[in-house]
Write a protein that binds this ligand. Structure first.
Ligand code: PMP
Length: 307
């Protein structure tokens, strides 16, 4: 894996190899952590973090849903995110803030004053689903695993334990020779991929499942909705039955790591011509244009690392 020099741990910058935890750390046993995945980009105005404030807000919301008392403010965490990019001399990086129940109690329900620790890691990062994925698209499948729903866990919380479900969806897909798995919810309606949201195009209209389908409210999803509207497309957030995906004109996944990844086939059924379609391309170029300045940052999504 890519490493860097320093990790922010509870407010201190510590060398990468010293950023360790005890084996009795609560989160290691029960998945009791919440985290974010954030990207910084080399932009025409220097290194900048995409939607830092929105990510930190989701992080604090994730912690609140799990009754975690975070010993830092959102502003302190934002400063920490910028610091790990700057002090490690990074520009195109993945930033991983992590809030976790620490060492001090082995009970599943620890007392309210049990330790909550925070780390922020950053390292150089490229294309998550492989370098050709963004250009050519991936072959995806519908997972045999359902997405979990809000009756069992707070789906809107980006919590460590939730990613056992993402692991099952992603690993099953890869073992069966696919690039990624897409999950339906317990009602059989389309939810999202293992760690990215899904969009479908049909007859020039862009569709995406609603938050109530049991998806994480992706920040890239929100970028795409806004960029698509800026480009003049109609965007509809509505329930999507599985079979609609097979006859879509275009499909693509969105996420901080996945960015905008076209899906060229689903369960070995070709999506239209089996290559990224024109609307996917237009949205990709609007999104990546934010970083070279060809798309104006009219929504103020870029936060300078130097701030
Ligand atoms: N769904 C899940 C389950 C995810 O883990 C992610 C990645 N955070 C996404 C969707 C995409 O969200 P975002 O665009 O905010 O990265």
């Amino acid at each position: 894996m890519n490493t860097s020099e320093f990790i922010w741990m509870n407010g201190e910058m510590v060398p990468w190899q010293n950023a360790t935890v005890h084996v009795m750390t609560h989160a290691l046993h029960y998945g009791s952590s919440v985290f974010e995945g954030i990207r910084s980009y080399a932009t025409h105005r220097g290194p900048a973090i995409l939607r830092l404030g929105t990510h930190v807000r989701r992080l604090m919301d994730s912690a609140k849903m799990y009754r975690m008392n975070v010993p830092f403010t959102a502003e302190q965490l934002s400063v920490g995110c910028r610091q790990v990019v700057r002090d490690n001399h990074l520009s195109g990086a993945y930033i991983r803030p992590l809030i976790y129940r620490g060492y001090g109690s082995i009970g599943v329900t620890p007392p309210p004053d049990s330790p909550v620790d925070v780390a922020i890691i950053a390292f150089e990062f490229g294309a998550y689903l492989g370098s050709t994925a963004i250009e050519q698209g991936i072959d995806a499948c519908i997972s045999s695993w359902h997405r979990t729903n809000s009756g069992s866990i707070p789906v809107q919380s980006k919590a460590g334990g939730h990613y056992t479900n993402a692991f099952l969806i992603g690993s099953e897909a890869r073992l069966n020779g696919y690039g990624e798995g897409i999950a339906v919810n317990p009602q059989g309606l389309v939810a999202e991929a293992a760690a990215s949201n899904l969009f479908m195009v049909r007859d020039g209209v862009i569709y995406t499942p609603p938050i109530a389908a049991g998806i994480l409210g992706g920040i890239t999803r929100d970028c795409v909705v806004n960029l698509a509207k800026d480009l003049g497309y109609q965007v509809v957030s509505d329930q999507i039955p599985r079979e609609s995906l097979y006859v879509a004109d275009e499909l693509f996944l969105t996420g901080t790591a996945a960015e905008i990844t076209p899906v060229r086939s689903l369960d070995r059924i070709s999506i239209a011509e089996g290559k990224p379609g024109p609307i996917t391309r237009a949205i990709q170029s609007a999104f990546f244009g934010l970083f070279d300045g060809s798309t104006p940052d009219r929504h103020h999504w870029l936060d300078s690392v130097e701030n």
